[in-house]
Design a protein around this ligand. Structure first.
Ligand code: GLU
Length: 484
């Protein structure tokens, strides 16, 4: 049985850059799923200390991406910039307690001493020149450094990587406040995590190497560090790092390409994590089964084919009213105007939902329905192949048969097709051979949809309606005659 822990608090701490990276989204999913699984809270903290890059707009990209994925955070959004005074207060406290000190070594001096060290074959960490000087606040340009222990492991048992850590002697007295007075990022992260009561940090593997230094800050502050787990970064299928230029890396990009949040959430969760051989996970299943034991240690490969497969799965199986809400904006984009969701459109999308891979494709395939009959453009290649002069008489007969139908349903449409095929086959010579359904259905499809792909011809015509089908057949016949 899962042991619930209502005191558990995880967080996602993105630096806003205008979009939600799929790696960040996956880390957020893991943190969120873990908190939900064990009955804890999931906090969102925007690390917006880089004021130049952190605009409201760049924040919105991250927040919208999380919302779209269905990741809900608890309580208000925390902002790192709002805690600036608190960061300064902690630095001052550490100075007062003698756990940190002011250092006036200039960059040039440091560089020179570093080179001398290296020339002697020694490893360089700050040589503690200012450590015992006790410089006061008025000492001029200075940074603040944390006093690290001489030796001793700054270690932890990582939730994914197990025993981890680094000896303090390899780190040296690191800076926690720059000469311009701004706190170092690592200090801000630690202070914020403490103040928000975060007791389990789940984050990207790129922060694994920062952790010993952050543990030293916890130690100096006399605060028990949280549990920590670092999740491997997402790489491409070839094992290479994702590149902004080559790969789709933002959640928004996938959204625009017509992937469903259900598919995206499922796909991201399954990258580098498994639960038996289960592939399809609803949001509830994710939050009921997620664990860190089954997060892979090696890098996590993003397989786009799997995403396509999942997207098709959800396009086929989600309730129709959900599909309607998802596809409507794509339809509107496709036709460049507002779209009325009516029975015909619903019927068509339902009939076609097994085929498209994305919402973009779903909308493209429904485009013909939404256009005015006179605005329908027939694909040239399809016209050349399927709308030849010799098919015009059959299309004319069919158009007349359609126009005469009293009912417009699968059966009546089929009846009209059969009667035209019979008529044609009575009139056709031996070398013309028998005309079969496919030979007639494809030209009809091209005539009414403008292209060679659509669901069953009956469904296509039913969705289009009797009058419009007749008009489009007439238009196509006219075009054939004009070309002849
Ligand atoms: N803001 C950091 C990032 O976006 C995350 C810091 C952390 O999770 O500790 O990479």
């Amino acid at each position: 049985m899962t042991k619930l822990d209502s005191t558990l608090r995880t967080r996602f701490a993105p630096s806003p850059t205008g979009f939600l990276h799929i790696g960040g989204a996956r880390t957020a999913l893991f943190s969120w799923a873990y908190a939900r699984r064990f009955g804890g809270k999931f906090i969102l903290r925007i690390e917006d200390t880089d004021r130049e890059r952190s605009t409201e707009e760049s924040e919105r990209g991250v927040i919208d991406g999380l919302r779209w994925l269905g990741i809900q955070w608890d309580g208000e959004i925390a902002r790192q910039s709002e805690a600036n005074a608190r960061h300064q207060e902690v630095i001052e406290d550490l100075l007062t307690a003698g756990k940190a000190y002011r250092c006036i070594c200039s960059r040039e001096e440091l560089e020179q001493r570093k080179q001398e060290h290296i020339a002697r074959g020694d490893k360089w960490t700050y040589d503690r020149k200012c450590r015992d000087e006790d410089y006061a606040a008025d000492c001029g340009t200075h940074v603040v450094r944390l006093k690290l222990p001489d030796t001793g492991m700054l270690g932890w048992v990582d939730g994914v990587f197990g025993e981890s850590g680094q000896d303090a002697s390899e780190i040296g007295d690191v800076i926690i406040r720059r000469s311009d007075g701004s706190p170092l990022y690592h200090l801000a992260v630690v202070v914020d995590d403490i103040d928000l009561g975060i007791n389990f940090v789940i984050r990207g593997q790129d922060h694994h190497s920062n952790t010993p230094f952050q543990l030293a800050i916890y130690q100096a502050m006399g605060v028990e560090p949280p549990r920590l787990a670092h999740v491997p970064l997402i790489v491409g299928k070839n094992g290479k790092k994702l590149s902004k230029r080559r790969d789709p890396i933002s959640v928004q990009q996938f959204q625009e390409e017509g992937y469903l949040p259900e598919a995206m959430r499922n796909w991201l969760t399954r990258i580098g994590w498994s639960h038996g051989d289960q592939e399809v996970f609803s949001s509830e299943e994710i939050t009921q089964t997620f664990d860190l034991e089954h997060v892979n240690h090696s890098s996590a490969q993003a397989d786009l084919e799997k995403l396509v497969w999942l997207n098709q799965h959800y396009l086929k199986t989600l309730p129709m009213d959900q599909i309607r809400d998802y596809v409507l904006p794509f339809l509107e984009k496709e036709v460049g105007g507002s779209v009325q969701w009516d029975d015909a459109l619903a019927f068509y999308i339902e009939a076609d939902r097994e085929r498209p891979k994305t919402l973009v494709e779903m909308a493209q395939r429904a485009r013909f329905l939404l256009l005015d009959d006179d605005a329908l453009q027939i694909d040239e290649k399809a016209a050349k192949k399927h709308l030849k002069a010799n098919i015009a008489p059959a299309l004319e007969q069919l158009r007349d048969a359609f126009a005469a139908l009293g009912a417009w349903d699968h059966e009546s449409i089929e009846g009209a097709f059969q009667s035209v095929l019979e008529q044609q086959n009575r009139e056709r010579s031996e070398e013309q051979g028998e005309m079969k359904m496919g030979k007639l259905a494809q030209p009809v499809r091209v005539a009414v949809t403008g292209g060679p792909v659509s669901p069953g011809i009956h469904e296509t015509l039913m969705a289009l309606g009797q009058e419009r089908s007749v008009t489009r057949l007439s238009n196509a016949i006219q075009a054939i005659r004009a070309r002849a």
